[in-house]
Design a protein. Structure first.
Lengths: 286, 250, 292
């Protein structure tokens, strides 16, 4: 495999991991706007472990996943009890907090970041993708996956069936964070350089776009979106220059034309009732 | 009389100063069908909401088989055996009919990470078979792979009841099961609820249709302006003058 | 010294307040967040600063132009990210407006460069000496305009028919529609108003710091969101109080502790509020679901 092909495979593989990780949270209907925080946590955890404590990369990746999962569980527990808008705000703020902390922490190089991580190989990345895909295949035929779908579909109906919504959603969020953390670790050891700027709003939006472009109904839709969007800038050089504008406009157009993504049903099959603004719903009295 | 399975004592609830329920008592014996009737705004649905945990009462207690459940959230009451349906149907519209029933079994099945294991356990296979059976009973089998939102209204009501029963409730709370049903659907409802009672299920039903009420209930409680007006066997109670007055407002 | 810092903090808070009010207006009308509002402020500020440096027009004209630009951008964002985006997907508008924000920043950096741009001083000759504190001409302008806009918005919402319509839509859009309120036009109006507020805030903040960067939009959005969490989603009073509190905390931290702690302390405060009182200091219970 030429080094160019290898680089492409690595980059696409990591993007797919990011998309799949994000999809796990989205499969419960919970959109995070700060998944870069988990990516950053994973990247820095692994980099510290491999550089300063000479851990082997796979072991450091496990630690990354664990660290990100803990952070995910904490944020999920704070935010998932609240309405959708709060979830958006809290995850957004959290990613900025993480960014601020790493850019001020001298141990990890502050704003200039860390350098010299190596070791991401094609088998390692593809192995991770394979594990996550296997997990998602099992998930989609399990009762846990069904519970995720139920929460996405209708929280009140889920309550009526005895689903512990907050617990299930926090579990999904933590799993999602773990996968994102592992992807972050891989990405750090592929790029060999990390700094806080890599985990800024641009990356956050990119992860969401991977997932949303392909469609959030099936996980392979998210994977396809990631493949397409990470290949485009490699083969179209001018895209790197116009990246933000093109992707930003893609977002805007997509949300108008097909908010459910390119793959998937229109309208989510919801039972159509008159729309009631979120959080103001009341059961009828009497 | 033996200790009631469900006991509601002196429940009071205000909504922004308006009394929706005032010291309402309700004793439901095991294996009976208990009707809650009353004019619009009498507090029937609020009572159901208090029993199922959607509305915390300002005062009073809800007990299931002697256990105080007043402070429990709805999703914690489901595994204990209090399951409900809704006046305006709450199904998982985008999920299939079968998936809806499987979700009804949530509290009885292994639903954690262990459910990911590729080989399904014997217990899970039995539950799945039971779900298929429930579809047969409720005449939903032909639609098992269809999305719930695509079903006609009557079948959606059936599905909601099938899903509620899949939880194996001790007490099933039905909020206007006959509302919006065709005459045929209403007629089918009566033997179905009787059958459930004969199998030992306890049912609390809020309903406007007096035919349905008098045909299925062993006992009715009449609410008016959030207060318990009277109660007893359906025949005499519904015929009594004070109930007629409350309904007709004369 | 302390009095001076308190004053500076309140001044900063007053500019924050404008953007937070803009966010809350949109939340009220649509139950949606416009994540491009920070970038809207940035665009207005950059263009406002350009007008001030490149043309001889006096400051009030430049300021009016900045607010008009802000209103225009917000209306454009409304059409792109809200008007035609299906309400069945509650996050679609957030995503879309984030996309708009990205585009706005990129367009400004492409057109005018990514460097910091200095904002010329106004009323540089004026200096009020009040003993314990001195107020520069620019500060006076900021204080005056921020107060005027906030008070003006309050009066508009409380005293005019359009204001009443906005409040009606915030309270219950369906009911307001049934009663004959032109809901779509009212929503458009709230977006325009939020853009005007953001535009004003952008230029006034630039004036306070004497500079503006195309990447400020993001920070502005972030600060506004923290104010909203602190004050309570959709609460106007909460927004004003929280904005002043955050302005004070930031200024006092920089003055007495360290500049690097500035944002961290606000983050911690927001975190504590979320844990203890998730609906915010002045929030209705709206954000909290009945489960826990």
């Amino acid at each position: 495999m030429s080094s160019f092909t290898e680089a492409v495979v690595l980059q696409v593989g990591i993007s797919v991991l990011l998309a799949l990780g994000y999809w796990i949270a989205v499969s419960t209907g919970k959109y995070s706007f700060g998944h870069t925080a988990f990516m950053a946590i994973g990247a820095y955890t692994a980099s510290i472990l491999t550089l300063n404590f000479s851990w082997p990369l796979p072991l450091a990746m496990l630690a990354s996943g664990a660290a990100a999962a803990v952070a995910g569980a904490l944020i999920g527990w704070m935010a998932l009890r609240l309405s959708m808008l709060y979830l958006a705000i809290i995850t957004f703020i959290f990613s900025q907090l993480v960014n601020l902390l790493i850019s001020q922490w001298e141990y990890v190089g502050g704003a200039s970041g860390m350098i010299g991580m190596t070791g991401t190989t094609v088998p390692l990345v593809l192995g991770c993708v394979l594990i996550v895909v296997a997990y998602l295949v099992l998930l989609s035929r399990s009762r846990l996956g069904l519970a995720y779908k139920a929460i996405r579909e209708d929280e009140r109906a889920a309550t009526a069936s005895g689903l512990r919504i907050t617990r299930i959603a926090v579990g999904a969020f933590a799993t999602s964070a773990a996968v994102t953390g592992v992807a972050g670790a891989l990405s750090a050891h592929q790029l060999m350089v990390i700094n806080p700027e890599l985990f800024g709003p641009r990356q956050a939006l990119l992860i969401i776009l991977y997932c949303v472009l392909g469609g959030v109904e099936y996980f392979w839709g998210a994977a396809l979106g990631a493949v397409a969007l990470s290949l485009l800038p490699i083969y179209f050089d001018w895209l790197n220059e116009w990246y933000e504008i093109v992707y930003g406009l893609l977002f805007v157009a997509l949300m108008i034309v097909r908010p459910q993504g390119l793959i998937g049903r229109r309208g989510g099959g919801r039972i159509r009732l008159p729309r009631i603004p979120a959080g103001r719903e009341r059961e009828s009295v009497g | 009389m033996a200790e009631p399975l469900l006991r509601v004592s002196a429940v009071t609830k205000h909504f922004q100063g308006v009394e929706a329920l005032g010291e309402v008592d309700l004793d439901v014996a095991e294996g009976t069908v208990h009707g809650v009737v009353g004019p619009n705004g009498a507090g029937k649905t609020t009572l159901l909401n208090v029993v199922s945990g959607y509305v915390p009462p300002d005062a009073g207690r809800v007990e299931l088989a002697g256990r105080d459940v007043t402070r429990l959230t709805p999703q914690r009451r489901v595994p204990l055996g209090i399951v409900r349906t809704f006046q305006n149907i709450r199904l998982f519209g985008g999920l299939t009919v079968l998936e809806n029933v499987l979700l009804g079994q949530h509290g009885r099945a292994s639903t954690g990470t262990r459910s990911l294991w590729p080989l399904r356990s014997g217990a899970d296979r039995r539950l799945r078979a039971e779900a298929e059976q429930a579809l047969d009973v409720f005449e939903l089998a032909p639609y098992r792979g269809r999305r719930a939102a695509e079903l006609p209204y009557g079948l959606q009501k059936q599905l909601e009841m099938a899903r509620a029963l899949a939880a194996r409730p001790k007490v099933l709370l039905l909020d206007e099961p006959a509302a919006g049903m065709t005459a045929e659907g209403r007629r089918a409802l009566v033997p179905r609820i009787r059958e459930l009672r004969d199998e030992g299920l306890t049912v609390v039903v809020v309903e406007h249709d007096m035919d349905v009420i008098s045909n299925i209930c062993d006992h009715v409680t009449v609410l008016n302006f959030g207060r318990r007006l009277t109660g007893g066997p359906p025949g005499p109670v519904l015929a009594s003058n004070e109930v007629r007055t409350a309904y007709l407002g004369t | 010294m302390l009095a001076q810092q308190l004053f500076n903090g309140l001044l900063l808070g007053a500019t924050f307040c404008l953007v937070a009010l803009g966010f809350n207006l949109v939340v009220g009308a649509m139950d949606r967040l416009n994540f491009a509002l920070g970038e809207t402020a940035m665009v207005s500020a950059v263009l406002g600063a350009l007008i001030m440096t490149e043309t001889p027009v006096p400051f009030p004209v430049a300021f009016a132009a900045a607010t008009a630009i802000g209103g225009g951008v917000a209306v454009a964002v409304y059409y792109l990210s809200f008007r035609f985006v299906s309400a069945d997907f509650p996050t679609a508008s957030i995503l879309s407006s984030l996309g708009c924000g990205l585009v706005l920043t990129a367009v400004v950096t492409k057109a005018f460069g990514s460097h910091q741009r200095s904002v010329p001083d106004v009323l540089s000759g004026v200096r009020l000496d009040l003993g314990v504190l001195t107020v520069s001409g620019a500060q006076l302008v900021i204080l005056l305009l921020a107060t005027l806009l906030t008070a003006g918005l309050y009066l508009f919402l409380e005293r005019t028919p359009w204001g009443t319509a906005i409040r009606a839509v915030s309270d219950d859009a369906t009911m307001a529609g049934l009663l004959g309120v032109p809901v779509q036009r009212v929503i458009l109006l709230t977006f325009a108003l939020s853009g005007v507020l953001a535009g004003a805030a952008g230029l006034l903040t630039g004036l306070a710091y004497h500079s503006i960067s195309p990447f400020d939009g993001f920070t502005t959005t972030l600060t506004a969101l923290m104010i909203i969490v602190l004050g309570g989603l959709g609460s106007v009073t909460g927004g004003v109080v929280a904005a002043l509190v955050i302005g004070l905390i930031q200024t006092l931290t920089v003055a007495y502790l360290s500049a690097t702690l500035r944002d961290l302390i606000v983050f911690i405060l927001v975190g504590i509020v979320l844990l203890v009182r998730p609906q915010g200091l002045f929030g209705r219970n709206a954000g909290v679901l009945e489960r826990v």
